[in-house]
Write a protein that binds this ligand. Structure first.
Ligand code: ADP
Ligand code: MG
Ligand code: MG
Length: 877
């Protein structure tokens, strides 16, 4: 029989798929002997069953009852027992952490009777008992019964008026419980369920359902977390941070998550429960001050944090509660961190002897590296700092201030850059945070919602800028010295320093880019990047080439570590003043006129290639013969029609208009382009090949490779190959001749095509278009968001190579091509070459190299190293 429930003593950290991250790590801490309140975990499998069938699986209720009974025995109390109740929390926890996105209910088991028993347990502390009870109804009402949370908050505010929640008396809290029960009755037409087991059962189902809450769906899409994992549910014996001033609750990191520096980082709140710390209801104190309040607990906490770091060999973040001087651990996980911190921490852990350098390479990823290459603010520019907050998530963001998420989404949709400014964010702000360039809050620390979520998304964030008075209703904030920023005013925020500037501050290159450019940079982060990159280069099997069409791009690609050019497009060489010559080519009335146009183009092409060969030295350069349809080089149809109609057209204009009409295609993507041009327009490819060969002859060491695009049948390739080979022979230059594999038929007949090709380069943009039948420019804008919503794919197949479909074609073509020609050289060009997951795929498929845009080269190098080290297990979220 399936097992759906695991006691904390049964699990461990490797069971995240089944127990979720929270459950797996609670089990791990339990087994390390750390003080974790006892409890058990209902598996993600049970959740998936519930979401698919609308009912919990058979046997789950019995299994839960058995585990609850065991928990009751070990605690010596029964759930909700009137005179001496056991209370539990019911907590969500998926495989990947989704901070605040799903539901948790605390204090389950309280009702009008057991609240008295709870007071008795706490030595007659009625205030504490009624505070816990009102919290239960509030959380349960909101998350399980779906009641608007504000109704409860307003009722609380009415009783509190200007006091803090801790000032409320037992009597007032008791009154609040009555008010809350009234709200529940009014909103749902039923009484708050008093029966403890019923409370627990409903809470478990609500947690299951919270997997599909809109904000959770949005978060998953953003973070590329698969939609079908489901969440586990943890049932944990309650411990209480709200018993009095000798109790409290807190969060902490074992290192600074934005710099990686070791030290004490966290927030603590006395006499408080759970979410209070991050919700910003009262001001937290820095964790250091706990030492003064409760030295024993503080020392124990420091000890535990060290244990956790040594055990997980990584930065951990933790949640803890102190109940009357006794410390309890409520959560830990390998903490999210900024990109810079990831590199620093990885190398620090190597220096501490905790992990190997290879392990360090697997601890960082290409997305983080790409983030480090973002520009920063120019420190030498004149700039007006208006305040400083906490450096919660790095980056330099400039945009118009907006004060609500709706407005952020609205303006971003109009193409505006915006900065979302809030007192604090909550999970409902997610859409606004995604839309914004950066996030600025006036409250909350590095562990606040805004900070955690922004770091996860790699979004610039400054939080806790306490000098700012933010008014969402008036759509403005006031800064010191009377500075007022209204909606629409431009501000600049620096997430690496916490600085906030008025107006737009210019940006400059990051030191990491300077380093890749080969300039000497003395910087701790750059040293960490250098060590990791060197190791990645040593271990990777895949080579990395660049897509570069100009001398500048080629030179940069080389500085960034490219081992050749994988795709040099030739079409841009027909633009600008040379359009004229393409027009002549198209309008040529006979062979002589056509040859004249080609003869004029040849020396220009040769010059282009000489420059690129010089820039690349002895590294290979794959040149793709002209690919786009020729009408792309001609003037616009409407423009010409107007010109002709209004009578100020020349004779050539009239001929051009006729040509434009003649060459017009319904579906240019599938029309006269690529190899088809070479076969239809005599002399066109020959001219390019001659230019390549002449250029190569002039640059000693040049290694040209000639690539034919859009081939679908070996016969096409054979026809152009023969001509090209004879030109090469004539001029006396050696060059590989190969083809792109970018039509499904080419992939399917790769065994034949390899007879005529010395290399394949997978053109995965076109291959994706043709395999899915998607015209990229049309579909991305019109319905991809719907497809993502529906989960047709988790990420656009144009961003990350679709392993199941396109990937299968690539694999098949690679295998069958190599079966024909053992030394067939295999690469990929197209944007996928710089996408981390796709690089891993290319490694696994046995390709020789990936080719990507110059700026992505470091990312591809790193990911190729990680792929070589990690095998297929690249679980970095
Ligand atoms: P999230 O996933 O949003 O962090 P959690 O399940 O961790 O939600 O719970 C929210 C808060 O409630 C946390 O601060 C946690 O420490 C606290 N909490 C959860 N279970 C208990 C418990 N059994 N006793 C005391 N506090 C708890
Ligand atoms: Mg938590
Ligand atoms: Mg193509």
């Amino acid at each position: 029989m399936a097992k759906y429930v695991y006691d904390f003593t049964e699990g461990n950290r490797n069971l995240k798929d089944l127990l979720g991250g929270k459950g797996a790590n609670l089990a791990e801490m339990t087994n390390l002997g750390l003080p974790v309140p006892p409890g058990f975990t209902i598996t993600t499998e049970a959740c998936r069953h519930y979401l698919a069938e609308g009912a919990v699986p058979d046997g789950l209720e019995d299994e839960v009852a058995t585990h609850l009974a065991a928990l009751e025995t070990s605690m010596g109390r029964k759930l909700g027992q009137a005179d001496d109740p056991l209370l539990v929390s019911v907590r969500s926890g998926a495989k990947f952490s989704m901070p605040g996105m799903m539901d948790t209910v605390l204090n389950i088991g309280l009702n009008d009777e057991s609240v008295q028993g709870l007071a008795k347990q706490a030595g007659g502390n009625e205030r504490f008992a009624w505070d816990s009870y009102r919290r239960l109804i509030q959380m349960f009402g909101k998350t399980v019964l779906g009641i608007e949370g504000e109704l409860f908050e307003e009722a609380l505010d009415a009783v509190k008026s200007s006091r803090q929640d801790t000032d409320l008396t037992a009597g007032e809290l008791r009154g609040l419980v009555e008010t809350y029960k009234g709200i529940v009755r009014e909103q749902t037409g039923r009484d708050f369920p008093a029966e403890p087991r019923e409370q627990m059962r409903l809470a478990v189902q609500a947690v299951f359902e919270s997997w599909n809450a809109p904000r959770a769906i949005l978060y998953r899409r953003q973070e590329r977390i698969p939609a079908d994992l489901g969440t586990a549910v943890n049932i944990v014996a309650m411990v209480f941070g709200n018993v009095g001033p000798d109790s409290g609750t807190g969060v902490a990191f074992t290192r600074d998550p934005s710099t990686g520096h070791q030290g004490v980082y966290g927030d603590y709140l006395q006499n408080a429960q759970g979410e209070d710390v991050v919700a910003g209801i009262r001001n937290t104190i820095p964790l250091q001050e706990l030492e003064r309040l409760d030295k024993n607990s503080y020392d124990e906490l420091m000890q535990i944090m060290q244990t956790l770091e040594n055990h997980y060999k990584d930065l951990c973040d933790i949640e803890f509660t102190i109940e009357r001087g006794k410390l309890w651990m409520l959560q830990t996980r390998v903490g999210k961190r900024t990109a810079a911190a990831a590199f620093r921490i990885a190398t620090q852990l190597v220096d501490q002897g905790l992990i190997s350098l290879d392990e360090a390479v697997t601890r960082v990823d290409g997305d983080q590296l790409a983030r480090l290459m973002f520009p920063r603010f120019d420190a030498s520019a004149g700039r007006k700092e208006i305040t400083k907050g906490m450096n919660a998530s790095p980056g330099a963001a400039v945009g118009k201030a907006v004060f609500s998420s709706e407005r952020a989404v609205e303006l971003a949709a109009q193409g505006e850059d915006v900065i979302l400014v809030r007192r604090e964010t909550n999970p409902d702000d997610l859409s606004g945070m995604i839309a914004a360039r950066g996030v600025l809050t006036s409250r909350g620390g590095k562990t606040s919602h805004a900070a955690v979520v922004a770091r996860g998304m790699g979004k610039t964030c400054v939080c806790g800028a306490e000098q700012l008075e933010v008014s969402a209703s008036e759509r403005r904030f006031t800064a010191p010295d009377g500075v007022v920023v209204n909606e629409g005013d431009v501000i600049s925020i620096d997430g690496s320093t916490g600085e906030v500037f008025l107006g737009e501050v210019p940006v400059v290159d990051s030191p990491v880019v300077e380093y890749f450019e080969g300039r000497q940079v003395d910087d701790e982060l750059v040293k960490a990047v250098d060590r990791i990159m060197n190791r990645a280069d040593e271990v990777r099997r895949l080579r990395v080439r660049a897509n570069a069409d100009t001398i500048d791009d080629a030179a940069r690609a080389r500085r960034f570590g490219a081992q050749g050019i994988g795709l040099c497009r030739t079409e841009h060489m027909f633009l600008g003043e040379r359009r004229q010559l393409v027009e002549d080519l198209v309008l040529a009335a006979d062979d002589k006129e056509r040859q004249a146009a080609l003869d004029a183009l040849e020396p220009l092409q040769k010059e282009d290639f000489t420059g690129i060969f010089r820039a690349m030295g002895e590294l290979p350069v794959t040149i793709r013969l002209i690919d786009p349809p020729l009408h792309e080089f001609l003037p616009d149809l409407t423009e010409m029609s107007v010109k002709v109609a209004t009578g100020d057209a020349t004779d050539k204009d009239r001929k051009l208009l006729a040509a434009v009409k003649r060459l017009h295609e319904q579906n240019p993507m599938l029309g006269l382009r690529g190899v088809r041009l070479g076969l239809v327009i005599p002399g066109l490819f020959a001219m390019q090949v001659r230019a390549i060969a002449e250029a190569a002859r002039e640059v000693p060491g040049a290694r040209p490779e000639i690539m034919i695009p859009l081939v679908a049948a070996v016969q096409e390739l054979e026809a152009v190959r023969e001509e090209a080979a004879s030109i090469l022979r004539q001029i006396g230059v050696d060059a590989l001749i190969g083809t792109m594999i970018e039509t499904p038929r080419a992939a399917l007949t790769a065994g034949q095509i390899a007879e005529a090709a010395e290399f394949f380069s997978f053109g995965t943009n076109d291959l994706t278009q043709m395999t899915w039948g998607f015209s990229r420019d049309d579909v991305e804008a019109s319905f991809f968001s719907r497809y993502l919503e529906l989960g047709v794919f988790g990420v656009s197949p144009f961003e990350t190579l679709d392993r199941d479909g396109v990937g299968r074609l690539v694999k098949l073509a690679a295998d069958e091509g190599r079966a024909t020609r053992e030394d067939l050289h295999l690469g990929i060009c197209g944007e996928h070459g710089g996408d981390p997951d796709s690089v891993h795929f290319c490694h696994e498929a046995g390709l020789d190299y990936v080719s990507c845009s110059p700026f992505r080269i470091p990312v591809a190098r790193l990911e190729a190293g990680r792929a070589a080290l990690a095998g297929n297990d690249s679980d970095t979220r």
